[in-house]
Design a binder for this molecule. Structure first.
Ligand code: KG4
Ligand code: ZN
Length: 405
């Protein structure tokens, strides 16, 4: 049942019942401020969302043409108290009823992380609650377990505006890093291509992120009208690279602008085709690296025989074309593909609270309210296996990545 649908009297009785019950469910407040979303949520130990709130800075950054860290910091500072209070109010939970507070402390923008951490430390000290520092990428990886039972180990593909990585999740705080981006993340690339194409001036795209704009326009584009080379074809590892693709796309745009006599800010006649070809190349690069990661894990016996699973998350995972391309790989290798719903793929307080619940259940990484905690803008995920993956130089059989949506 959606707790937000509960009426006042029902909520009252839930609280009375909680008070009377001898075994009170553990409750965690999660706080997220690592990039451009100020998020908070209260979850119980079963993963029921009792209340949540999210303030998105996306429109401000869209208007500015990218994230300016000082602006992100100011907006987090202006909104964090309200967002946390809203999550508490919606859940009808008082701070004294919380079991712990979990907050993203790494990785992310230093100025953004600082606001969430500062607020959280003051909060836990005031209310004398345990504090659980959270790794943002671990939280993305584990969100799926809130929605359905998924046993360790499982493979994770995280693709967002700030990240691109493949990892094996072996436990709630045990990851093997198989591949990561060598330059930029796919969401960042799509955002930059969208800006270069002035998609904000397209009537259907003025309020959506660059990645969403590309997906929207690509639906009506012909991807074969442009050919962009898939990156890193000669490197048999699971790392990603998107900067070279962005160069190829920029060169094609420059060429077309000359041909059509289009000035800065105007839309090319072929924007939909460029969007379709760019999206396809991003999707096939992600799918090919994922294919190799699956074969590597199988060769090393790292995935279970029964129900081996790939979890895909992060903002870019909400792209249906990319999901379908990855599905061709999981279907051909016998893996189950799980993607949390879009709302939980992007940054939010729920995933942080859930990571707090997982840590609480396992008694891992729970600090007293008096301990000092620092944020870490850079924080790799797990044990770095990228060299072993490269040395294995696994080749995959050719697969046709033809998607019809
Ligand atoms: O996970 P997220 O909300 O924030 C972080 O980057 O951590 O992801 C945002 C990124 C943006 O780059 C946005 O353009 C991209 O995800 N994105 C998409 C789609 N929706 C959001 N990319 C491709 N297709 C989409 N539908
Ligand atoms: Zn994220």
């Amino acid at each position: 049942m959606n707790p937000r649908a509960l009426t006042g009297p029902v909520r009252f009785w839930m609280r009375v019942r909680r008070g009377l019950s001898s075994v009170r469910p553990r409750l965690v407040l999660g706080i997220e401020t690592s990039c451009d979303e100020t998020g908070a949520a209260v979850l119980d130990e079963n993963g029921v969302i009792l209340g949540e709130s999210l303030h998105s800075q996306k429109q401000t950054h869209l208007d500015a043409g990218g994230i300016i860290p000082t602006v992100a910091q100011r907006l987090h500072r202006e909104n964090i108290s309200r967002v946390v209070q809203e999550a508490l109010n919606r859940s009808s939970i008082e701070p004294c009823e919380l079991t712990a507070v979990a907050t993203t402390v790494k990785p992310g923008l230093a100025l953004s992380l600082g606001i969430g951490l500062d607020f959280s430390l003051k909060f836990v000290r005031l209310h004398e609650k345990p504090f659980i520092p959270i790794h943002h990428m671990e939280a993305h990886a584990l969100t799926v377990r809130m929605l359905q039972p998924v046993d360790f180990p499982f493979l994770v593909l995280l693709v967002s505006g700030g990240h691109s990585l493949l990892a094996l999740a072996k436990g709630i705080d045990e990851f093997l890093l198989l591949g990561q981006t060598l330059d930029e993340a796919p969401g960042d690339t799509l955002d930059k291509i969208a800006r270069r194409l002035s998609l904000r001036n397209h009537p259907e795209c003025s309020t959506v992120s660059g990645g969403q704009a590309i997906e929207l326009l690509a639906k009506e584009g012909n991807r074969h009208a442009f050919y962009f080379r898939s990156p890193m074809g000669q490197q048999y590892d699971c790392n990603f690279s998107f900067a070279g693709l962005r160069n190829q796309v920029t060169m094609a745009i420059n060429q077309k602008e000359k041909e059509e006599g289009v000035e800065a800010g105007q839309l090319l006649s072929c924007v939909k085709d460029i969007a379709a070809a760019s999206q396809h190349t991003v999707a096939s690069h992600i799918a090919k690296r994922t294919h190799r990661a699956i074969l590597f894990c199988k060769a090393r016996g790292l995935l279970p025989q029964h129900n081996p699973t790939l979890v895909v998350s992060g903002g870019v995972a909400s792209n249906e074309y990319i999901r379908q391309t990855v599905k061709i790989i999981t279907d051909s290798t016998g893996l189950q593909l799980l993607c949390p719903p879009s709302k939980l793929c992007t940054d939010n307080g729920v995933m942080i609270a859930w990571n707090g619940i997982e840590r609480l259940k396992h008694g891992k990484g729970i600090l007293s309210h008096t301990e000092d905690v620092r944020y870490e803008p850079k924080a790799p995920l797990g044990l770095d296996m990228t060299t072993e993956v490269k040395e294995a130089a696994i080749k995959y059989p050719p697969l046709k990545l033809n998607i019809v949506l």
